[in-house]
Design a protein. Structure first.
Length: 261
């Protein structure tokens, strides 16, 4: 859902996974894993009444059969995605991608928002290109709503770098996600029929969200991984006037233990 999405990573699962685990071997025809994450999160969320400290349990996984794949990822903007690897070369990999993203409001962060939680997830189709150059990873994504939920579109560009020191994997990521007016209004807007005195009518325009991320990954054992992540977000001016938002930027820091099987 919307405010859960703000809480976690707003970028595609693959680059989030690749900066921590390395590029997937796309020659493997049948492979997969399940993961359960236990996280402690420090928020400076720009949401009225949001808790500063949050504990979560996330369930994710990945399965690949030949060139087809399915992702259910706790740290992904696209909570569920599936697709076909259309091209895989030494540097570039191109996927045809379908995704489902929650675009309602998460009342777990503010119980007053429970009246706004009935927004359906949007279904997207599009394309994703990922490039690899030594420790650098670049990713570009274009998706459009094909479910008639809001008929919006989004474009994402991300660049990441990793540094390996013994078993420690440090990474940095810069990203930008442009969302059309229909997409942002569905997330942050309030229609007259649902407006209240505390949450009046609001219509959002198009805009771009920027994120700067630093993280560390360390394998504790064969099946347990320590992950820490700090992120600084800059929200578009098109949504800052929304009653759901109290500031144009914020910081999150998370530490998690992930069990991978």
């Amino acid at each position: 859902m919307l405010l859960q999405v703000l809480l976690v990573s707003a970028f595609a699962a693959d680059i989030s996974r690749d900066v921590r685990a390395g590029r997937e071997d796309e020659s493997i025809e049948n492979d997969g894993y399940l993961e359960v994450s236990f996280s402690a999160i420090l928020n400076e969320m720009p949401i009225p009444g949001a808790d500063r400290y949050v504990g979560t349990i996330g369930l994710g996984g990945h399965y690949r059969y030949k060139r087809f794949f399915i992702d259910a990822h706790a740290e992904s903007y696209n909570q569920f995605q599936f697709g076909l690897n259309a091209y895989s070369g030494d540097i570039w990999s191109v996927d045809l991608l379908g995704a489902s993203s929650e675009h309602g409001v998460d009342s777990e962060l503010n119980r007053e928002l429970i009246a706004f939680t009935q927004r359906e997830p949007a279904g997207y189709l599009g394309v994703r290109a990922t490039g690899y150059n030594g420790p650098f990873i670049f990713q570009f994504e274009a998706l459009g709503d094909v479910s008639d939920v809001h008929d919006g579109a989004l474009l994402t560009a991300s660049a990441a770098r990793t540094w390996l020191y013994h078993n420690w994997n440090f990474h940095a990521l810069l990203g930008a996600r442009f969302e059309s007016a229909k997409t942002l209004d569905y997330q942050f807007g309030i229609d007259p029929i649902e407006a209240t005195a505390a949450y009046p009518v609001y219509e959002a325009g198009s805009g771009t969200t920027f994120v700067t991320e630093f993280g560390v990954t360390y394998p504790l054992s064969e099946n347990f991984i320590l992950k820490t992540t700090g992120r600084w977000w800059e929200l578009p001016s098109a949504v800052v006037g929304s009653p759901f938002i109290t500031n144009d930027s914020y910081l999150t820091f998370s530490a998690s233990i992930t069990f991978v099987y």
